[in-house]
Design a protein around this ligand. Structure first.
Ligand SMILES: NC(=O)c1ccc[n+]([C@@H]2O[C@H](COP(=O)([O-])OP(=O)(O)OC[C@H]3O[C@@H](n4cnc5c(N)ncnc54)[C@H](O)[C@@H]3O)[C@@H](O)[C@H]2O)c1
Length: 356
């Protein structure tokens, strides 16, 4: 029988429980330790998962379990300490949540720590396992759209929640081409105080090395996706080419128009369907170095640099060349540069989040 990998999961909130339950349901993994600074959450998670080793200090839990996989699902401001704890535990793979960090100061340190340790890492952009996302990828890759010239993604949710997803899936549709520069504007300061700190609205462009244009919009000014009721899933992500387009609606299937006609199909973002293949491919990569996880850190980090370049463009103006040559505190740059005026909405339903 194939070897079972031991896992420690840190941060037993919404996403930590998704990860832990999916590891536990996969016979290639065993959740051997859990950690949260909130003891009530910790006790509830340990009881539910039937895990004996638990604690409030990630480093201690990981040192006692010596896991193969160190998974952390803390909020975005907790990053470097977790990567250090994972590396110190001897884990061979670190599974982390998006976004990689809130600034390139932190993100580049995470990248340096991972590179110097040789530990594999994955970032949870698991929407791409949805059947509707897979269908759009398949159509784009088939050549049916002709020469791809544009990839685009919009979400009404705010930047630190959603931009990482939009960039990852548009990069995927674009064959993970490298980016050469990015440029953006932002508006609205309300969500800078959120635990996922963000301008209320950011919109920008990306120039990819293969000539494809990326267009991204996140937040209050992003267009409605009226086909989708659930506010967080009002995301439209797609590719346009010389012969047609294909796009996915996170909460509402997919559609495509090509020279051969038009098509559409079902699909809705669903953690229960998207997490199992994401987790299984961690076992595949641990088993075999050649089976690199599609959500690998190196790829996600290119997307992270695009996000940071967009933020810098908001603060500094103009185009920001990629790759970035020096780290910075982009969140602080946004705090000092996003204008004071109230954000303007693309639809009334956005008022509950952005005008309170
Ligand atoms: N991939 C996705 O689709 C998706 C969806 C939602 C959220 N997220 C991301 O997942 C991450 C977690 O989000 P969430 O909604 O699960 O948050 P959450 O608030 O539900 O859970 C976070 C947990 O981490 C714990 N925690 C914080 N600091 C800790 C520390 N130092 N040691 C141990 N535990 C600590 C908190 O007590 C809390 O229980 C965020 O980065 C978020 O952006 C990703």
């Amino acid at each position: 029988m194939a070897r079972k990998y031991k896992v420690v999961v840190v941060g037993m909130g919404k996403r930590g429980m998704h990860h832990a339950a999916t590891f536990q349901a996969n016979d290639r993994f065993e959740v051997a330790g859990v950690c949260d600074i909130d003891t009530a959450r910790l006790e509830a998670a340990a009881a539910k998962l039937g895990v004996a080793v638990k604690g409030t200090d990630a480093r201690e839990v990981a040192a006692s379990v010596k896991p193969d996989v160190f998974c952390f699902c803390t909020l975005p401001h907790v990053r470097t300490s977790m990567i250090e704890a994972g590396i110190a535990s001897g884990a061979r793979l670190i599974a982390m949540e998006k976004p990689i960090a809130l600034s390139s100061n932190v993100g580049f340190e995470v990248r340096r720590l991972l590179a110097s340790s040789g530990v594999k890492a994955v970032v949870s952009h698991q929407h791409r396992y949805g059947v509707h996302y897979q269908k759009v990828k398949e159509i784009v890759a088939s050549g049916a759209l002709g020469r791809i010239h544009t990839v685009y993604g919009t979400a009404t949710g705010w930047m630190t929640h959603m931009l990482s997803h939009l960039i990852d899936y548009t990069r995927w549709f674009n064959g993970e081409a490298e980016a050469e520069w990015a440029m953006a504007q932002a508006s609205g300061r309300g969500k800078l105080a959120d635990i996922h700190p963000s301008p209320d609205y950011i919109a920008g462009f990306v120039q990819y090395a293969n000539g494809v244009r990326g267009i991204l919009e996140c937040g209050a000014g992003a267009p409605d996706v009226p086909e989708v009721d659930y506010w967080w899933r009002k995301c439209r992500i797609g590719a346009q080419g010389s012969d047609g387009f294909a796009e996915v609606l996170t909460g509402g299937g997919w559609r495509a128009v090509t020279k051969q006609g038009s098509w559409s199909g079902e699909g809705c973002m669903n953690y229960e369907l998207d997490m199992p293949p994401y987790i299984q491919q961690m076992a595949d990569w641990l088993d075999d170095d050649a089976r690199v996880h599609p959500c690998n850190f190196a790829s996600a980090c290119q997307g992270f640099e695009i996000a940071m370049a967009l933020c810098r463009s908001v603060a500094e103006g103009g185009q920001i060349a990629l790759p970035l040559t020096r780290p910075a505190d982009e969140l602080e740059m946004l705090r000092t540069s996003v204008p004071e005026g109230k954000v303007l909405l693309s639809m009334p339903a956005n008022a509950k989040e952005y005008l309170s």
